[in-house]
Design a protein. Structure first.
Length: 367
């Protein structure tokens, strides 16, 4: 009886069944070499981080403001915005610490544009290497203006490429519960704000702060782009960001007090940031000034835990769909969540500074 030639038998695929290709990606060291950190940019980042740590430690009485576009898609308009914010920050710097919101990665519930890193040409071509290099160049340019930057850490590999240019990091509502992001946060060099869950659950963020404060060991990459076991010492500057949930706000005095109690029970500092956007404004950008005004009033009437706010802001109000012809994009207008315009932003920050200038220095130091 003859046996079939086993070399001719079809072998079912075992791995990478749904992988189309593995495109090479420049290593973090290569991207750093192409877009090096200048001395001025380094000073901006270090000073921004120190100021934020001092605010969280109650050594600096100022309120920090993470403000800027929902996402960056046009670096020219982004730098235009940055220059305006830098000038305003210089004027109000005795009371407020503006940190520019520079978001390159957008989490998606289903589909949609995933951000400037993933798809810098906004045409589903996904030139991620180009996007990463361009993103680093933009952050460097912002830092060289003397303006610190904030971002959301979504992809756990991105901080190796961009982390030296970031002063404050957010972990979003969709990823606060993720063990991967808690581990990553434990090694980040910045203070990290953890948002409550999309359902409004503050306990998820409290657990994340605790987890990130501990040492971890996990898989990642090193500067050469090689797989490595990353070992961290823990991040002592995690704090809570209230962004509402289940379509309802949670910045009111009762919600803030409940959040304070949850932090105290976990033996964590009562450091709370309020995101004026998302569910806190019912996803209506025009309501963000009202949220901000409420936070200011809470501080004026004695609140001790509110240390920062987040605002989605751009040059032009609202948002726009991404057109087939990118030349028809409206300058300075968001392509993701709707934002308040620059004039509104300026008014919000000026009014906040005016109302808090004599209040913040007299706040009671937290124990």
């Amino acid at each position: 009886m003859s046996h079939p030639d086993k070399t001719n038998l079809a072998t079912p695929d075992i791995e990478n069944v749904n992988i189309v290709d593995f495109d090479p990606m420049p290593s973090p060291e290569e991207i750093h070499a192409r877009v090096p950190l200048s001395a001025q940019a380094s000073r901006t980042v270090m000073q921004g981080r120190e100021a934020l740590r001092n605010i969280l430690d109650r050594k600096d009485h100022r309120l920090f403001i993470v403000v800027g576009p929902c996402s960056i898609h046009d670096p020219v308009a982004g730098l235009d915005y940055a220059r305006r914010l830098k000038a305003l920050g210089d004027e109000l710097g005795d009371t407020l610490l503006p940190i520019m919101r520079v978001y390159f990665e957008k989490p998606r519930t289903t589909t949609g544009w995933k951000g400037y890193i993933n798809d810098p040409d906004m045409d589903d071509s996904f030139h991620i290497g180009k996007g990463m290099e361009n993103a680093r160049a933009f952050l460097r340019d912002v830092a060289e203006l003397g303006l610190p930057a904030a971002t959301e850490a979504l992809d756990p590999i991105s901080p190796q490429y961009l982390g030296d240019l970031i002063a404050w990091t957010a972990i979003g509502a969709r990823t606060t519960e993720s063990q991967t992001h808690r581990e990553m946060s434990s090694g980040l060099s910045t203070p990290v704000g953890f948002k409550n869950g999309t359902n409004g659950d503050v306990g998820i963020a409290v657990n994340a702060i605790l987890s990130a404060s501990r040492p971890h060991s996990f898989l990642g990459i090193n500067g050469e782009g090689k797989t490595a076991v990353v070992r961290t010492s823990g991040n002592p500057y995690g704090h809570l960001v209230l962004r509402g949930g289940d379509g309802r706000p949670n910045y009111d005095t009762v919600s803030v007090r409940i959040a304070e109690q949850a932090l105290t029970k976990a033996k964590l500092p009562a450091n709370i940031v309020v995101d004026c956007s998302h569910a806190n404004s019912y996803k209506n950008h025009e309501l963000q000034p009202l949220v901000m005004a409420d936070i200011v009033n809470q501080i004026r009437f004695g609140n001790q835990s509110l240390v920062g706010v987040m605002i989605e802001s751009n040059i032009v109000a609202g948002n726009q769909p991404i057109p087939n012809d990118l030349a028809s994009l409206k300058y300075g207008c968001s392509v993701t969540d709707a934002c308040v315009d620059w004039d509104t932003t300026e008014k919000m920050l000026r009014e906040t500074a005016a109302q808090l200038r004599d209040v913040l220095p007299n706040r009671t130091r937290q124990s």
